[in-house]
Write a protein that binds this ligand. Structure first.
Ligand SMILES: [Zn+2]
Length: 229
């Protein structure tokens, strides 16, 4: 229903419903100003590095990375991400991806990157939602930094429950072993992309599957990074 609404009336903010003006797309300026954005690509990278080194359940080697926003419960960003995921507004993902791509260019991340791999959904979940939001974000990044998006390099082999519906201890264990590399030969330097990094366990599991199949460096990108609970 909501999706129909947006198709018929595309010029309203997906967060507050007010009419968009001029250059605004999907979210109004007032709502966007409520997002908790990192001040710069280097601040985002530092926060991501620190989070993975200190507070995530699974420590893993982390080379470079980029995030745009802090993720807080009840922040307007949560509504925008929700609309992207469940209301079929996947072009929001492409817009976030383009912003991520611009930040990466500023911080010289593309360098010797070979390709971009979105964290995959299980095919049953993809049937349910009809698209993978991480793939849309990856496409936005790819267009901006001019690198190919290769979803076929990683598969989700286990259907995992939605992370947020599980109690914290289960959530952490949940994604381990859920991924497997595809059959193509694995490039050396890969950018792994997801919408939100919460416990870091999904990224860790996906990165380890890519490494096991021959990737040398796995770089990370997400639209948002969950603030410490
Ligand atoms: Zn708004």
């Amino acid at each position: 229903m909501e999706m129909m609404f947006h198709l018929l009336f595309p010029d309203v903010c997906v967060i507050c419903g007010s009419l968009l003006s001029g250059s605004e797309r999907y979210c109004c300026t007032a709502c966007i100003s409520g997002f908790d954005r990192f001040r710069s690509p280097s601040e985002a990278e530092e926060v991501l590095r620190h989070a993975i080194a200190t507070r995530f359940s699974e420590k893993f080697f982390f080379d470079r990375g980029c995030s745009l926003f802090w993720f807080h419960k009840d922040n307007p960003l949560q509504k925008a991400l929700h609309a992207m995921k469940y209301d079929g507004l996947f072009t929001i993902g492409t817009v976030f991806g383009q912003q991520l791509g611009r930040w990466m260019l500023q911080s010289d991340i593309p360098g010797d990157l070979d390709c971009i791999v979105p964290v995959p959904l299980h095919y049953l979940k993809k049937v349910e939602r009809s698209f993978n939001q991480a793939e849309k974000i990856a496409e936005g990044i790819g267009k901006t930094i001019r690198k190919p998006v290769r979803p076929e390099l990683l598969k989700r082999i286990r259907y995992t429950e939605s992370q947020t519906s599980l109690p914290a201890p289960l959530r952490r264990k949940n994604p381990a072993g859920a991924f497997q590399a595809g059959k193509s030969s694995m490039p050396r330097n890969i950018l792994l992309v997801d919408d939100v990094i919460t416990t870091g366990a999904t990224m860790a599991a996906a990165a380890s599957a890519l490494r096991a199949a021959g990737a040398d460096r796995v770089l990370l990108a997400s639209v948002a990074l969950a603030a410490k609970e």
